[in-house]
Design a protein around this ligand. Structure first.
Ligand code: ARG
Length: 556
């Protein structure tokens, strides 16, 4: 079932033939929704707008949803939902397993490429964003009934591993007891040696050949590096409580065997041509070609991504592929998609999208760096936030701060502000959820003094909303009824900040309701109805936070 406003919009469009551009009313006295469609049509038809509006209203069949429509001012059509309709839709949220989120008629297989840290390096602030954002997309699209296939495109291959393995061999280091920060230190040391000692550099290059040739000892150390790194990444994932598991791992090395074949195919098709010793694909509208095989015969990031697309379409049967990375990679993906389409790896009916995100800035408004000028690790950010609040609150603070601005925008990591329980923050929404839970718990205890204080509030029977006489009740029910529609928009546009804004408004409407409409102190039908409003609010706040990957506690 589609949302109330989209049902209304469809009814108006059936009369006018054009999109009524239904908007929330600007003032309560204008009802709930407003359309300027009559003004637009009047201009075209050269008639008085109020006459056009009257004609539309006369033909409009919305009795089952609305009060009689009003024509206001120069010819706006104002609609007010019937109280019983609002009450019904909001009440249904209490028990609907999908909490009003419409299930898609044609579920898609959606590959989401996110997180993708690099072996032998700690995850940094950029990976924090990719992981949080990708995970939110995963939750939102799954909630609509799509099959989401996360792909963690681990950076687990490349010439740097020659250098690192060679260093480990020469220094006779046993890394089995190492943790990720220690391995990262080895990486830095080996790089220093590589830059300073040309003979070591030569040996490191020969080690790359061994790695590519499948030499046993080299592979064994390479695998040990991956194991140590994965342990580190998984510890971060557990702290972030994200959905990613080891099943979602598909590192760059996954595609090694595909690379020569793909490149041969591209060459045979005449798509790839030699240019200065490298094999390149020239793309219309792009200055630089895509390099699918480097001068030295090696394959790089571009070729691997081509192979990954081919597999995601061919083997994983993706209908849609979403990449979540730093916005600075947008050109890479633009070219990649173009080449993949030319090569036939990415058919026209498979959508590929790159969602770029902005930078995390330090308190000084510049890209976040450690005091020494190094990259800030993800773990240290979590630590920092946890000095201000309990882990689940610190995490809510970080995720909400990350998701509540337009993704492309940079944002300042200000832990102290982010953990506040007032203002537009994650903890404020958690707090709203805890407050509404508390009322329900009290009501449950009043009804049955023996009730377990830890009992699941969701499993209790809360009745239905039947009275919406107060404006604050109306406004709350109206916002609740919009949840499904908001999730739809967020899924379509991949804009989590719209869900954040909605939940923030909802928490605000709940506060107003709480101040103006006594719940536990009221009686009879009103009390039952208000409790049901609380139950619906708790459900929507809880589900909404869950879609953001944020824990919704019953107590704070
Ligand atoms: N490992 C890369 C990085 O740390 C991100 C990989 C993104 N995914 C992809 N298919 N290229 O920047």
């Amino acid at each position: 079932m589609s949302s109330l406003p989209s049902q209304l919009a469809a009814r108006i469009q059936a009369v006018t033939g054009v999109d009524p551009q239904l908007r929330p009313a600007t003032k309560p006295q204008f009802g709930h929704f407003q359309s300027n469609v009559a003004l637009r049509l009047a201009k075209e038809e050269g008639r008085p707008p109020r006459d056009v509006a009257a004609d539309i209203v006369a033909k409009l069949d919305v009795e089952d949803l609305c009060e009689t429509p009003d024509i206001a001012g120069p010819g706006f059509i104002n609609l007010r939902l019937r109280s019983d309709v609002l009450a019904r839709v909001a009440s249904d949220l209490i028990t609907d397993p999908n909490v009003g989120i419409a299930q898609v008629e044609q579920p898609q297989r959606v590959v989401i490429d996110y997180s993708a840290p690099n072996v032998a390096k700690q995850m940094h602030v950029g990976h924090l964003r990719s992981t949080i954002i990708g995970d939110c997309f995963n939750r939102v699209l799954s909630a609509q009934g799509h099959t989401v296939i996360p792909q963690n495109h681990l950076g687990d291959w490349g010439t740097q591993f020659g250098m690192l393995v060679q260093y480990i061999v020469e220094k006779r280091i046993d890394i089995s007891e190492f943790d990720l920060p220690e391995v990262e230190q080895l990486y830095k040391d080996s790089k220093k040696t590589f830059d300073a000692d040309p003979e070591f550099a030569d040996r490191a290059r020969r080690r790359v050949v061994k790695l590519q040739g499948g030499d046993e000892e080299t592979l064994r150390i390479w695998r040990a590096l991956i194991d140590v790194s994965l342990a580190g990444f998984n510890a971060n994932y557990a702290r972030l409580s994200v959905l990613l598991t080891d099943d979602d791992l598909a590192g760059e090395s996954t595609y090694n065997d595909d690379l020569p074949r793909i490149v041969d195919e591209l060459e045979a098709d005449g798509l790839a041509v030699e240019d200065n010793g490298a094999l390149c694909v020239f793309v219309e509208g792009q200055d630089a070609p895509m390099i699918v095989r480097k001068k030295d015969g090696g394959f790089g990031y571009d070729a691997t991504d081509l192979a990954a697309i081919r597999r995601r379409v061919g083997k994983l049967k993706a209908d849609r592929i979403i990449y979540v990375t730093d916005v600075r990679q947008s050109h890479h993906f633009e070219v990649l998609f173009q080449v993949a389409r030319m090569a036939g790896f990415l058919p026209d009916d498979v959508e590929a999208q790159h969602v770029g995100y902005g930078m995390v800035l330090g308190p000084d408004g510049r890209p976040f760096k450690t005091r020494e000028g190094g990259t800030v690790t993800l773990a240290s950010l979590l630590d920092e936030a946890e000095t201000h609040a309990a882990p689940n609150i610190a995490l809510a603070a970080i995720k909400y701060a990350d998701l509540s601005n337009g993704l492309q925008k940079d944002y300042v990591f200000d832990a102290e502000r982010m953990v506040q329980t007032t203002g537009d923050t994650g903890p404020y929404l958690q707090y709203a959820h805890a407050r509404v839970s508390q009322i329900l718990r009290k009501a449950a205890a009043e009804a049955n003094p023996n009730v377990d204080p830890e009992a699941d509030l969701e499993a209790m029977v809360w009745g239905r909303i039947s009275v919406l006489d107060e404006p604050a009740e109306q406004q709350l029910a109206l916002l609740l009824s919009r949840f499904g529609e908001v999730v739809e928009v967020v899924a379509h546009d991949l804009t989590p900040h719209k869900l954040c804004t909605y939940l923030y408004e909802l928490a605000g409407a709940y506060s107003v309701f709480y101040e103006q409409c006594p719940v536990l102190r009221s009686t009879g039908e009103v009390r039952g109805s208000r409790l049901a409003l609380c139950a619906a609010t708790r459900r929507v706040l809880g589900r909404g936070l869950d879609l953001l990957g944020i824990d919704a506690p019953d107590r704070m």
